[in-house]
Design a protein around this ligand. Sequence first.
Ligand SMILES: Nc1nc2c(ncn2[C@@H]2O[C@H](COP(=O)(O)OP(=O)(O)OP(=O)(O)O)[C@@H](O)[C@H]2O)c(=O)[nH]1
Length: 373
Amino acid sequence: MATPLFRRLGDVWLGTDRLQRLRLRQTSLAMALMAFCVPMLHYAVGVAHIQPGWPLWTWTALSLGGMVALYAAIRSGWSRRFADPSLTAVQIAFAITSAATGYAQAGLLRGGAFPVLTLILMFGMFQLRARSAYALCAYALALFGAVMVSMTRLQPQIYTVEAELGHFLMLAIMLPAVAALTAKLSRIRHRLAAQREELERALAQLSAIATRDDLTGLPNRRQVSALMEQELQRSLRHGHGFCIALLDLDHFKRVNDQHGHAAGDAVLRAFARAGQAALRATDVIARWGGEEFLVLLPDTAMPLALVGLERLRQHTAALRIDTEDGAQLSVTVSIGLTEHRRDEALSDTVERADQLLYQAKAEGRDRICASDA
Ligand SMILES: Nc1nc2c(ncn2[C@@H]2O[C@H](COP(=O)(O)OP(=O)(O)OP(=O)(O)O)[C@@H](O)[C@H]2O)c(=O)[nH]1
C-alpha cells in the first residue's frame, strides 16, 4: 500500500520525465545538504554564545529560499531554455556563496565549511565542463579569500590573521586540485560519450548489414524468414491467415548477358522500388536470393493478396529502366502465390509458392499462379 503512495509522492516531487527526474534528484540532494547546514550553522553560532541575529536569519532565509527557487526553476521546466537545464553551475555558485557567508558567521566551528565546500564541488565533478570547474573554483577561492580578509578585520579575536592565512592556503591547494580532477573527469566523460556514439553507429550498421540486402536495400532472406516466423506465431494466436508469394524476374539472364551486370543490378533496384510502391505498407517484399523475391502479406486472405500482387505485376511490366549503354529495358515478373495453411510448416508454404512460380514460368511467364490453401 505504501509503495504506490510513495511513488505518487515521488511523481509529484520529481515529475515523470526521466531527464527531469534525474535533474531534480540531484537538486533534492543539494536541498537536503542545505537543510543539514542550516541547523549546523545555528549550532555553531550557539557555541559562540551569540544570540542569533538578523545576519543569521537572513542567511537562513536566503539559503533555503534560493534552493527552493532553484528547485522551482527546474521543476517548472523554466530552466529548459538554458544549455544546461540542471543549472549545475548556478546551483554550485549559489552553494559556494552560501558556504562562504556561513563561514563568516560560524566562528570557532568555521572549519566545517571546508568539507561542505568539497561536497558542493563534488556535485559538479560529474557534470561540469573543465572551464566551468576552473571558473567556479576561482570564484570560491576569491570569495572565501575576501570573507577571510573581512573577518580578520571585523572579528580579529576569532578570525586571527594566522588562522585565516592557514585556511586560505589550504583552499589555495585544494581548489585547483578539485578543478583539475573535474577537468579530467569531464574529458573522460566526453571520450566515453564519443565512444558510445561510435558504438551505436557501428551497431546500427551491423544490424543493417545483418538484415538488409546490400544491392536493393530490401530485407534479406534471414530477416524475412524471421518476419514470417513472427507472422506465423501471430496467426496461430489470433487465428487470421497470411499469404506468401515467390517472385522471379523473367529472362533476367538475358539482361546481364546483353547489357552487363551493372544493368542487371539497376533492374533489380528498380524492381525493388516498384515492388515496395505497389504493395501496402504492412506487406513486406524481401530479396530471397539472386533475382528471386519473396512477398509476405500479413493478415491477408487470398482474393485480396491477389489484387496486391497483380498491381505489382503490372507496375513491373510498366517499368522502363535506362542503362548506361543508352538502352531502355523493360522487365516482367512471374509470381507463385499461396495462403498459409493452418498448422503447416512455413517451409511447406514456401515450397508450394515455389511450385506455383514454376507453373507460372511454364505457362508463359509474366503472370501469377495462385492457390488458396
Ligand atoms: N546483375 C545481377 N544479376 C544477378 C544477381 N543475382 C543473380 N543474378 C543473375 O540472375 C540470372 C538468373 O538467371 P536464370 O536463373 O537462368 O533465369 P532467368 O534468365 O531469369 O530466366 P527465367 O527465370 O527462366 O525467366 C543469372 O544470370 C544470375 O547471374 C545480381 O545480384 N545482380
